[in-house]
Design a protein around this ligand. Structure first.
Ligand code: NAP
Length: 302
């Protein structure tokens, strides 16, 4: 029986593990893919105090090294279900094991939002991508497009403009949501072109690889074809809390309803990081959440 099982080894989950182990609790940290979470996709982080210009992968490694010093049980397993036992402890079912825990901290972050277009799934990895730093190198000297108007799309476009020959930034409105300073940087790049008031209506493929996009103007409904070999879909993220199976209250968008203490509608289950309802989803707020949720879980256990 674990005192605290933490689901997700992103920044929030890893911070929670440090705090929980420092309080001498028996801790299990579960991760589906790779420790670090979303920061692994960020080339350079500029807004984490004391570590200017650190690479996302480097920060992930630094935090994980610190976690290991406190020696929680760490396993690469995907959580499929959580249920409550009669004695108010919890059963956690993963793809390969079952665990018992007195409390749980959910720190599962978010996943890429998809467009839901035909061929989108088939072409993922064959021209369609959701991560510029992961897949950008595949498009050296090619024409590509980034779809979205937030900071993620703008950062991706900037990063990709040093690799690709041409980067089209397609956005559904006539003004970007992302920071003006970032937009100015993009405007200064000769190989970046903005396409406003357009959405992607269709993906076209040749030899099972993306070959072009059919765009639809949101004002005139007029359609046009844009030849690209790559498309980076950057239209925000969505939480991945399905495995909670109605055990805790979620908001309309699927985020776990929880305040800064991480307290959810179910005693003993806490939420930390991007998976909970909050205003600012950043590394700094994820670390803060991890500490708060661990502190709440420790208080709950005592
Ligand atoms: P976001 O700010 O929510 O922007 C999502 C963009 O996608 C918006 O432009 C939105 O259009 C568009 N969009 C959403 N759904 C769409 C759909 N179905 N079809 C077409 N377009 C759609 O998401 P984000 O860019 O991933 O950023 C998330 C948060 O992380 C933000 O707070 C951002 O500032 C932060 N962030 C920070 C950094 C950094 O500081 N280093 C880097 C990346 C992200 P509308 O504008 O029309 O709604």
């Amino acid at each position: 029986m674990y005192d605290i099982t933490i689901i997700g080894a992103g920044v929030a989950g890893m911070t929670a593990a440090i705090y929980a182990r420092r309080a001498n609790k028996k801790v299990l940290l579960l991760e589906k893919k790779t420790y670090g979470g979303q920061i692994l996709e960020t080339e350079t982080i500029e807004n984490f105090p004391s570590l200017p210009h650190i690479k996302g992968t480097e920060l992930a490694q630094k935090i994980f090294t610190q976690v290991k010093e406190f020696n929680p049980d760490f396993k690469y397993e995907s959580v499929e279900n959580i249920s409550k036992n009669d004695d108010n402890t919890f059963k956690i079912t993963t793809d390969s094991n079952e665990y018992q825990a007195k409390s749980i901290i959910v720190a599962t972050g978010t996943d890429y939002r998809k467009l839901g277009l035909p061929l989108e799934a088939e072409l993922t990895g064959n021209g369609v991508s959701y991560c510029a730093t992961c897949d950008g190198a595949l498009f050296k000297d090619k024409a590509i497009a980034v779809f979205g108007g937030g900071n993620s799309a703008l950062y991706s476009a900037l990063y990709l403009s040093d690799i690709a020959s041409k980067v089209y930034v397609i956005h559904r409105r006539d003004a970007f949501r992302g920071d003006a300073a970032l937009v100015s940087k993009l405007e200064a790049k000769p190989n970046i072109e903005f396409i406003f008031n357009n959405v992607i209506d269709e993906l076209k493929a040749s030899d099972n690889k993306l070959s072009s996009l059919i765009l639809k103007n949101t004002q005139t409904e007029e359609k046009s074809e844009l030849e690209v070999s790559g498309l980076f879909i950057e239209i925000g993220r969505a939480p991945k809390n399905d495995f909670l199976n109605s055990l805790v209250e979620l908001d309309n968008d699927g985020y776990i309803v929880a305040d800064e203490t991480g307290t959810t509608s179910t005693p003993g289950i806490f939420a930390a990081g991007d998976c909970r309802t909050k205003n600012l989803r950043q590394i700094i707020t994820a670390t803060s959440d991890g500490a708060s949720a661990a502190s709440s879980a420790i208080k709950y256990l005592s």
